[in-house]
Design a protein around this ligand. Structure first.
Ligand SMILES: NC(=O)c1ccc[n+]([C@@H]2O[C@H](COP(=O)([O-])OP(=O)(O)OC[C@H]3O[C@@H](n4cnc5c(N)ncnc54)[C@H](O)[C@@H]3O)[C@@H](O)[C@H]2O)c1
Length: 353
């Protein structure tokens, strides 16, 4: 450990989301972290990132992992490489925060977890949306009964993602799936924060405009442990301008509706309509004149910074990873259940081998 009490971080795959968000918004400003080194097969790009943030550019992964000052690594490479990169880091005794999905299959992720346990290193999943203050507030409101009996929920992420030469997300063997594993994984995780683990899932998938081999659009009908039914809908075929990343939670005492919270920015927009108690039946159902949604005004917190600070804190305190790899494993079991449902047309209960 450094004298300063800051965890030294190395970044594997520095030129994508790492450069856009996790380094500048997470590792650099985190109170208990320090960026030590980066590496990327795009060596010119890595050189630029290293220069910009005052880190060493390592020519390859092994030279980064040999650095004693690197205590933790953030892995943000394409999904098919996570397995190899997690194993390499674990063998060198580094703590690991890996982007989602942790691997291409639950079996692969189970082996990665076993390796990390054997090497006694922390292994966490990059579900940074857990740290969004609106999501945390919403979970609190569900737990303390402010929404009454939770009735139903919906989460949506969409964007425009056309076929592109060399895009690993559009190739099944590299991404492990399309919009569902890419965006739906986050949405399922956020809804599970509120309602518990998924008991069963039914899924429909389609490619309406994008022609690649992975799914462009997926709609999931879920039942959570708590009995709450939920919908998750994701698509790579909707213009960015028309995408609002909707989150809606309904209960017997009211509802919370939000936009943009399940995104890379720190906050979002949330509003709620909460009644004082359980409502009596109103035969007129005059909803138009009764709408009472109030916008939330909560101080927001950058989710990447919160994620890095929480993981660094766990290392410094000798505690478990704040979003453990076991949660990433479970999430992937839900993804696999959804793909099986889309193939068979039946509801599927997620399970681990
Ligand atoms: N949580 C989030 O907000 C979020 C957002 C985007 C992506 N992601 C996840 O992050 C991961 C990366 O996604 P991305 O959008 O940044 O992809 P990307 O393709 O933009 O970036 C990946 C980087 O890894 C590098 N790379 C490829 N092979 C490598 C190797 N063998 N060794 C070292 N570097 C290598 C590439 O050159 C590239 O710079 C994915 O798992 C994705 O699901 C998470």
């Amino acid at each position: 450990m450094e004298m300063s009490g800051k965890v030294g971080w190395g970044v594997i795959g520095a030129c994508g989301i790492a450069k856009r968000r996790t380094i500048p918004e997470g590792i650099v400003p985190a109170a208990n972290a320090r960026l030590v080194a980066v590496t990327d097969v795009n060596s010119k790009g890595a050189e630029e990132v290293a220069a910009q943030f005052g880190a060493r550019n390592c020519p390859d992964i092994q030279s980064l992992l040999r650095m004693k000052e690197v205590q933790a690594v953030y892995i943000a490479t394409p999904n098919n490489l996570h397995k190899e990169h997690v194993a390499a880091a674990a063998r060198r005794g580094k703590h690991i925060l890996c982007e989602k999905p942790l691997g291409l299959t639950t079996r692969e992720i189970q082996r990665m977890i076993a390796t990390c346990r054997k090497k006694n290193v922390l292994f966490g999943t990059g579900f940074m949306m857990r740290f969004n203050v609106y999501h945390q507030k919403l979970r609190e409101m569900i737990r303390d009964g402010s929404l009454g009996v939770p009735v139903m929920a919906r989460g949506q992420m969409t964007c425009w993602y056309p076929p592109m030469e060399g895009a690993w997300r559009q190739v099944q063997a590299l991404g492990g799936g399309g919009s569902l594993v890419d965006m739906g994984a986050h949405v399922v995780d956020v809804l599970e924060m509120m309602f518990g683990r998924t008991k069963s899932v039914m899924a429909k998938m389609a490619n309406r405009v994008q022609t690649y081999q992975v799914e462009e659009t997926a709609i999931l009908l879920l039942e959570f442990e708590s009995g709450v039914p939920g919908i998750v809908d994701v698509s790579f075929g909707i213009p960015d301008e028309a995408s609002e990343f909707v989150l809606e939670v309904y209960g017997s005492k009211g509802a919370v509706k939000g936009k943009y919270s399940m995104a890379q920015g720190p906050g979002g927009e949330m509003r709620s309509c909460i009644l004082g108690g359980m409502k009596g039946y109103d035969a007129q159902q005059n909803v138009q004149t009764k709408s009472g949604y109030q916008p939330w005004e909560l101080p927001t917190r950058n989710t990447y910074q919160a994620e890095i600070e929480a993981f660094s804190e766990a290392i410094l305190q000798g505690k478990p990873a704040p979003v453990p790899a076991e949660d990433g494993l479970w999430n992937h079991a839900v993804m696999e259940a959804a793909y099986k449902s889309a193939r068979t047309g039946k509801a599927v209960a997620p399970k681990l081998a």
